[in-house]
Design a protein around this ligand. Structure first.
Ligand code: S3P
Length: 188
């Protein structure tokens, strides 16, 4: 059986219950919100980028730089295939995970997707200097890169089962809203 380093190392990830997957641009808050929601609800959280970094022993930037984006996308797919053997986790894949052909179908159904909506300008402001740790944004015009990523991904993000506009509320309210959705999915 594959193993993951989740927020609750001993948790089993009950395969009979659906995963909840947070999707959205870099800077949409997938990791922050996912961590907080999982802690609040006593659920298991996994950040796919962190899992990939753990397995590879280096940062996502280094993977992109040394082995290239296709290699990273393969790792994302492999971790996703393994996650299909489990369930009941709150997952935060990187922002580009959703546009890999066939990757969503590895988990949904039964998984459900929540889109954390944010405008590129707001995402960039949230990321601050940290945008350089995203290889696709470590370029002269990160705001333009985010706009292009959103344009290319808007349709995929909109295919999520639920959507929360993260700019309409403070972070505590976003955590509450996402928690309510996650609870409703678990109860379904
Ligand atoms: C990517 C987003 C990053 C990371 C990689 C590629 C993307 O994750 O997976 O740099 O294609 O949007 P975050 O969305 O967590 O920043």
């Amino acid at each position: 059986m594959p193993t993951f380093r989740t927020s609750q190392p001993a948790s089993a990830g009950d395969p009979r219950r659906p995963h909840v997957i947070l999707v959205g641009l870099p800077g949409s808050g997938k990791t922050t919100i996912g961590t907080a929601v999982a802690a609040k609800l006593g659920r298991t959280f996994l950040d796919l980028d962190q899992e990939i970094e753990r397995r590879e022993g280096c940062s996502v930037s280094a993977i992109f730089g040394e082995k290239g984006e296709p290699y990273f996308r393969n790792l994302e797919r492999t971790v996703t295939e393994e996650l299909a053997l489990f369930g009941n986790m709150i997952l935060a894949p990187g922002g580009g995970w959703i546009v890999q052909p066939g990757v969503v179908a590895l988990l949904r159904p039964p998984a459900r997707l929540i889109y954390l909506k944010v405008r590129p300008e707001a995402a960039l402001a949230r990321l601050g200097a940290d945008h350089v740790s995203r290889p696709l944004l470590a370029r002269p015009d990160p705001g333009g890169e985010l706009r292009r990523l959103l344009e290319a991904r808007a349709e995929a993000y909109s295919s999520a089962d639920f959507s929360v506009n993260t700019e309409l509320y403070g972070i505590e309210r976003v955590i509450e809203k996402v928690s309510t959705i996650v609870t409703s999915i678990g109860a379904a």
